[in-house]
Design a protein around this ligand. Sequence first.
Ligand code: URA
Length: 424
Amino acid sequence: MNIIDIINKTKKAQELTEDEINWLVKNYTDGGIPDYQMSAWLMAVCLNGLSEKETFALTAAMRDSGDVLKLDIPFTADKHSTGGVGDKTSLIIGPIVAACGVCVAKMSGRGLGHTGGTIDKLESIDGYRTDLSISEFEKVLKTTGFSIISQTGDLCPADKKMYALRNATGTVDSIPLICASIMSKKLAMNADVLVLDVKYGSGAFMKTKEDAEKLASLMEKVGRSAGKKCRAIVTDMNVPLGKNIGNALEVKEAIELLQGKSKGKLYDTCIELAAAMLELSGKGTECECRKLAEEAVSSGKALDILRETIKLHGGNEKVCDDTSLLPKPLLKYEIRATKDMVIKGFDCEELGMTSLLLGAGRLSKEDKLDMSAGIVMNCDIGDHVSADSVIMTLYSTVCSDFSDAAVRALNAVRFKITEKPSYT
Ligand code: URA
């Protein structure tokens, strides 16, 4: 086997064998194939795609490039979102599903660019440790049924290398490559049940619903071919999920939802995803599982699980009863309407970038975060706003000059009438 033949085959849209794909992934991970040749192959995939069979083989080869987790827990469920703005669903769904008797074991990442990361959100809770060892992770799971930690061990080294290369060579936006990248990591986590939240819209990788449906269907097939109970649900990321964007602000919103204080799109999405995890775990029909999930919130059981989990991670669990203990911003800035207007929509990517400029996100891995920073959306799509009412509020502690963030925030708002809002 040699790399030139493999590049040429994919360039001519000829199907690679499983052996060829295994050889490619192994040799690239070990350093035998240089970046420039792998880039050529990745670009050929971007242009010609891969067959389902090739995508299954690529995912399995990437999964097997490193450790596959074997927890001392008989049955676990996992949920993955393809990334969005204001997406705090893992903080809500995990405790709900655990309260219904299914263990949720998750490893998550940090945010980069316009999307946030669950690990950063959790670290906004004073003392919360995300770097538990596997035995500490198992201990929390056995006690509360829910834990989220940062990636540990040597999971999917092939993906680490390939994803970095794709980012540098314009080869991220390929459905089979995105599928193999995400699913290899999920399959290395080795949960029995896997629910995937595939997002489309301005804040998501997939800009159209059709592409999100293609990715969702492929991910489901890959998950099932690997022997997992797997379901992918396509959700809209043309509006932020919930009202708050930013680390501590999102934890606050998640806690308030578990306190039973809010309903709406965030609540509905969380119940739908939690019910899917419960149904695949054999807890009943879809309708019964929805009811179970709703009861976990209304009874306060899910909040109890979150409280106990935070405590076991070394965090200040009192935030579950008093969200004012979360980091508070020193500065705020209101984006107001200049005229009466109707809100037509938001550009979520711009909102994510606004939040980043306020200090809530990072452009490079080394950037430090302002846990208090972010945005609270004071309006929703379809709202009629009168002149001078607040459309959104920007918060920060580290960013004293709001002008760049305010310009991006204004850019993110779509109006039915021509006038733009001003900021004060
Ligand atoms: N997230 C990943 O982990 N991989 C991709 O390719 C895209 C999104």
